[in-house]
Design a protein around this ligand. Structure first.
Ligand SMILES: NC(=O)c1ccc[n+]([C@@H]2O[C@H](COP(=O)([O-])OP(=O)(O)OC[C@H]3O[C@@H](n4cnc5c(N)ncnc54)[C@H](OP(=O)(O)O)[C@@H]3O)[C@@H](O)[C@H]2O)c1
Length: 209
């Protein structure tokens, strides 16, 4: 499922092409780690943001990302995006929303595409405390397209997507990462790992053998 979600955002909504500058947030999570690798397969320049230096290393050394940065250390997102995207952003695969989304809108190129996959930075807030995005105006002059999606709505593409992803996996062009927690008693620990930057790839809770 994370692979299919990544495909929809990169391929269908992001329309990532050879040479596109692609930014992925939560880039070492279950979806992000595949999205970035898929963009690399398509010949894009890919940068990811993550919450630890170990994840930065993983993305650059094992997953083929061109660059990655730790958003907990490089907290001025505008400055970070200026540094990592000197030629602007063509495709943003948004997993986090909030301040990162706002910063991205200051760096989009004309005709950029933003795939709204998730907004994990905002999930645990009541809506009145959620971050507002103040610079949507940037989308007008640059004719930016921003689209939310739910992977289930692309059910009719699943067969095609699975076939393509299977080839990439077999050829070693895409690596899948996951961690399995065993037993329902691990539920809280597994859930908490998503919010503490401790998970890498998909978190799976196996309730029975
Ligand atoms: N639209 C759909 O159909 C669909 C389908 C599946 C998932 N999703 C959404 O897509 C996103 C990614 O899913 P996933 O399965 O890849 O996630 P995941 O494996 O559960 O990982 C989530 C990642 O988000 C990062 N994170 C947590 N809190 C954050 C914060 N406050 N600010 C920035 N990053 C934070 C964490 O890594 P770091 O902090 O280390 O970067 C964590 O590894 C989620 O928002 C999820 O809800 C959407």
């Amino acid at each position: 499922m994370p692979g299919i979600t990544a495909w929809v955002g990169i391929e269908k909504i992001g329309n990532a092409k050879e040479g596109s500058n692609v930014f992925i947030s939560a880039a070492a999570g279950g979806v992000g780690i595949i999205a970035g690798q898929l963009a690399k397969v398509k010949g894009c320049r890919v940068v990811g943001s993550v919450g630890s230096d170990d994840k930065v290393k993983l993305l650059k050394e094992e997953c083929g990302y061109d660059e990655a940065f730790n958003y907990r250390i490089e907290t001025d997102y505008d400055a970070a995006l200026t540094k990592y995207f000197p030629d602007g952003i063509d495709v943003y695969f948004d997993n986090v929303g909030g301040k990162m989304l706002e910063a991205v809108l200051n760096h989009v190129n004309h005709g950029a595409r933003i795939a709204l996959c998730g907004m994990i930075s905002e999930y645990n807030k009541v809506w009145t405390e959620r971050e507002g995005v103040r610079n949507l105006l940037n989308m007008v002059g640059k004719e930016v397209m921003m689209k939310g999606f739910m992977v289930g709505s692309y059910y009719n593409h699943f067969e095609e997507i699975i076939k393509e992803m299977e080839v990439h996996l077999k050829e070693g062009k895409i690596k899948s990462k996951h961690k399995i927690y065993n037993g329902i008693e691990s539920f809280l620990e597994s859930l908490a790992s998503l919010f503490s930057s401790s998970n890498v790839g998909k978190v799976i809770l196996q309730v029975a053998s």
